[in-house]
Every structure is written in structure tokens, then in C-alpha cells.
Ligand binder design. Structure first.
Ligand SMILES: *[C@@H]1O[C@H](CO)[C@@H](O)[C@H](O)[C@H]1NC(C)=O
Ligand SMILES: *[C@@H]1O[C@H](CO)[C@@H](O)[C@H](O)[C@H]1NC(C)=O
Length: 473
């Protein structure tokens, strides 16, 4: 039977930090159930390592006198764990109960009596009704990774039956009860430490949480826990920092995470909420690092396009260019001047980016002569998706607005450049950006975790990834 109604209060580290998480992770009952299955395999393996020391003793039996007996070479042959359950205990931790477990072992017996008479054989021992209950406490270690431990473990063994092979039955009866009792208590002593070992074995796995996930040469994402996990009736919730940083130079952006709550869905094992803060911290890092700039040259424009990056094309629209810089190739620098801002609305991810476009004529001696600077306001729509254990995206142009910043070629109406700039964004800038976005950004993950049945939803202020997980091997 399950040892029910047994409940341990596990003290959690209180949330000392006031940092709001950028990423939230929720492990549901379904996730916990998968964890139980993996955990039981591990506990089963551990219980097979029970070592029962030899048992020996002597007993005076009339009329033959003193009989010495020993049980040795005891080996576990089978462990069956038919019943187990995990349960979330709100505010405290996870309760694991194993009931009706069965352990069988085999060994050798030996007796000696009347000084010279020896007898020996083998025996089978079945230990029934093994019950173990323990609480699994979870906290955050100094690196921001979760650590689990088994606390308040209790184990009991209800009975042990021995079956002897060989020898005379009157002999067995001498030590049958003594032997079962000794073995039973020896086993009982070892159950909790072995379960604690199995729980501790999870920690090397948990240590693989990518608290600092490298993205590329500019950025890394920090996924350390900003508070201890919280346990409710239906889930374990982790609060992770979820912030992009410039590699080697951790500078905080001028904005901070806003509070967001994951919806009460529990159909998947795991839910990961990635807030607008996380994406915006990426915009801050890449913009600061100067990574959001691109020189555009004529060779980047498709061969078939009638629009070329030269003073002939532009000179047709702005005669000053044709006049002052005849027959030259051109170059354009497109770069952001502000951190791009991402907005999440239901089923809609929009990025606003503000930048400049500087056009140059390339002199025969390679000197760049500036022609004009335009201010560029763009709005792009993003499609986001999960690829492997990464989140990736692709953007398309929504809207573009141009105003004149500076002109070195006299006054002109900016509107005449609209279609050229649209083309440049659509065929040069955005495809290159999409190559980067398709590479994806690592999600928080453990070891060889694989995501299956994954769905991504865009909600107000965050993206929600609902997924099941699989651990290889
Ligand atoms: C997404 O939202 C933006 C800004 O709120 C809006 O301009 C755009 O039309 C929306 N896109 C879709 C597909 O609803
Ligand atoms: C390059 O050529 C331009 C135009 O002829 C001239 O104004 C500039 O001084 C030259 N620069 C150098 C470094 O020779």
C-alpha cells in the first residue's frame, strides 16, 4: 500500500531577488509523470546494488547441541517497482511514494553441528511490501541552476520469505525467522540512502542547464534562475533571467522585464514563456555592438534588376548626382540608430526599427563621396518558430518610411527613392537578416533534451512554447 498522508515540509529558499524573470518555465504534472518514469528506472537500478552482508550465528538445539549457521554470498536477482507516484505539494516540493515493491535475492546457506557434520545449499529470499516515501526538495545553486535532494525519506519492508534448497528441513527451521529478520532490517536500512543517491544523480543533469548560452560572436543569453522554484498543485515554475548580453561586457539595457504570467495550460510537459524583454535585450545588444549595419554594394542586387547601385540609376531621379558624379558605382550603408523594439500581440510579432541609409558615390581612387543620408523607419512582421532546442524567426517588411536627413546633392523629394529603398530592404537586407534569424537562439535546456509535439503561440507581451520532452538514452 502507499504510505499516504505523509507529507514533509521542505523549506524553500525564499525569493530574495526582486528581479522579474525574462523567461518562465513551467513543468506540468505530465512532465513530472515523465520524470517519474525515468526516475523509477534509476531507482530500480540503485536498488539492485543493495549489498546484504553475510549473516551468521549459532543456536543450541536439543538433542544435537550447538548448530552454527551462516548465510553468505547474497545477491539481488530482481527488483520490481510496480507502484509509484509523484505528487506536487504546493509551496514545498515533490512527494515521491513507492509502494508494494518487491526485491528478491539468492544466497548460500551453510551449517555445522556435532563438530564435524557440515551441510550446505542455496536459498531464495523474497522481500515483499517495500514502501518508500520521500520528498524531493528543489533549490537554486550559486550558479542559478536547480539542485534537488531527497529529504525526509522513510522506508519499510513488510515481510521476507525464505525458501531453502538442499539439506534437511529441521535445520532451516532453526534459523528461518532469524535470517529473514536480519536481512529485512539490513535492506530497510539501505533503501533511503539508495533513493537519495538516485535523486542526487539528477544533479549532474540539472547542472547542464545552459545558464549562459552562447549565441554568436556578439551575444550570449543568461538563463540562470532569479528565484527559487515555486511549486503549486499543478506545476513547478521556474523564473529565469532570460537576458541577452554582449559577450564579455554585461551592460544592462535601459528597460527591465515586466511581470507576465503563463496561462494555466497543462496538456504539454513543459511550457516556456519568452517575454518581449528577452527579445528586446537582444535588440539592445546587437544594436550596441554595431551588428545591425550593412554595407550594400551593387553586386548584392540581383543581376536581372534594372535598378543598379550607380550614379546613372540615382542620377535619373536626382539630376545633381548625374551631373557631379557621372559614371560612378555607389555604395549604401544601412544601420540602426536605436535599439529595435519588438512588440508581441496575439498572433502578431512586430519589430520597429529606426535607422539611417547613407549613400555614397565610389570615386575611381576608392574614396567614398557622401551623397545623402536618409532616416528610415521600418516595421517588420516576424514569424517565430522552434527549431531543435532553439527559437528562430523570419521577418518580412510591413511598412517603410523615409525622411531626408542630410543631402550633399541639393534638395530632392525623398519619395522618389521609396521604391529603390523598398527593393533594397526586400532583396538585400531582409534576406540577410533572415539567414541570421534562421540559425536560431538557444532555449533553456538540459543535456540531450529533445523537444517533441512543440507548439508556439504568440500572446500579448510574450511567446509561449508548449512542448513535450525526450531524453535520449
Ligand atoms: C500586427 O500588428 C501591427 C502593429 O500593431 C500591425 O501594423 C499589423 O498589421 C499586424 N499584423 C497582423 C498580421 O495582424
Ligand atoms: C580621390 O578622388 C577625389 C575625386 O577626384 C578627390 O577629391 C580626392 O581628393 C581623392 N582622394 C585621394 C586620397 O586621393
Amino acid at each position: 500500500m502507499f504510505l499516504c498522508c505523509w507529507l514533509a515540509l521542505v523549506a524553500f529558499v525564499p525569493a530574495t531577488s526582486s528581479i522579474n524573470p525574462g523567461v518562465k518555465v513551467k513543468l506540468t504534472g505530465k512532465g513530472l509523470e515523465y520524470g517519474r518514469q525515468l526516475g523509477m528506472l534509476s531507482i530500480g537500478q540503485k536498488l539492485k546494488t543493495i549489498k546484504v552482508p553475510d549473516v551468521s550465528g549459532k543456536k543450541r538445539v536439543s538433542p544435537i547441541g550447538k548448530v552454527r549457521y551462516s548465510l553468505s554470498n547474497m545477491q539481488i536477482v530482481n527488483v520490481a517497482l510496480p507502484k509509484s507516484a509523484v505528487e506536487l505539494v504546493p509551496g514545498t516540493g515533490i512527494k515521491l511514494s513507492i509502494g508494494n515493491a518487491f526485491i528478491s535475492l539468492r544466497g548460500n546457506w551453510r551449517v555445522k553441528y556435532l563438530r564435524i557434520i557440515k551441510d550446505s545449499g542455496s536459498f531464495d529470499l523474497n522481500v515483499n511490501g517495500v514502501s518508500i516515501t520521500t520528498s524531493i526538495a528543489m533549490r537554486s545553486d550559486e550558479t542559478g541552476r536547480p539542485v534537488v535532494s531527497s529529504v525526509n525519506c522513510a522506508a519499510s519492508v513488510s515481510s521476507a520469505n525464505v525458501k531453502f534448497h538442499g539439506g534437511a528441513s529441521w535445520l532451516y527451521n532453526l534459523f528461518r525467522s532469524f535470517a529473514s529478520k536480519a536481512i529485512r532490517s539490513e535492506m530497510q536500512k539501505q533503501l533511503c540512502p539508495l533513493v537519495a543517491d538516485a535523486v542526487n544523480d539528477l544533479n549532474p543533469q540539472l547542472k547542464t542547464l545552459n545558464v549562459v548560452a552562447k549565441v554568436d560572436k556578439y551575444a550570449e543569453i543568461e538563463y540562470s534562475m532569479v528565484a527559487s522554484p515555486t511549486v503549486s498543485k499543478s506545476s513547478i515554475d521556474l523564473s529565469l533571467k532570460g537576458e541577452f548580453y554582449n559577450i564579455g561586457k554585461h551592460q544592462e539595457p535601459p528597460f527591465s522585464p515586466t511581470v507576465f504570467a503563463l496561462p494555466p495550460q497543462t496538456t504539454n510537459m513543459l511550457y516556456i514563456g519568452v517575454s518581449a524583454f528577452t527579445t528586446n535585450s537582444a535588440g539592445f545588444v546587437y544594436n550596441k555592438a554595431g551588428a545591425l549595419s550593412l554595407y550594400i554594394t551593387d553586386d548584392m542586387i540581383p543581376q536581372g534588376s534594372p535598378i543598379r547601385l550607380n550614379t546613372r540609376t540615382f542620377g535619373a531621379l536626382i539630376p545633381q548626382i548625374a551631373k557631379r558624379f557621372p559614371g560612378l558605382m555607389m555604395k549604401m550603408l544601412v544601420k540602426t540608430v536605436k535599439d529595435p523594439a519588438v512588440t508581441y500581440q496575439a498572433n502578431n510579432v512586430t519589430v520597429q526599427a529606426t535607422g539611417t541609409v547613407t549613400a555614397y558615390a565610389i570615386q575611381p581612387n576608392a574614396t567614398l563621396s557622401p551623397l545623402f543620408v536618409l532616416n528610415l523607419d521600418t516595421s517588420v512582421s516576424a514569424r517565430v518558430f522552434v527549431s531543435g532546442v532553439r527559437i528562430a524567426g523570419a521577418v518580412s517588411l510591413n511598412k517603410m518610411g523615409l525622411t531626408l536627413g542630410t543631402s550633399y546633392v541639393g534638395d530632392f523629394k525623398v519619395g522618389i527613392l521609396d521604391s529603390i529603398l523598398q527593393m533594397v530592404l526586400k532583396v538585400v537586407v531582409i534576406p540577410r537578416l533572415n539567414v541570421q534569424l534562421a540559425k536560431g537562439y538557444p532555449l533553456p535546456s538540459l543535456g540531450k533534451m529533445k523537444l517533441v509535439n512543440t507548439e508556439l503561440q504568440v500572446l500579448k507581451d510574450y511567446m509561449l512554447i508548449g512542448t513535450d520532452v525526450q531524453f535520449a538514452g
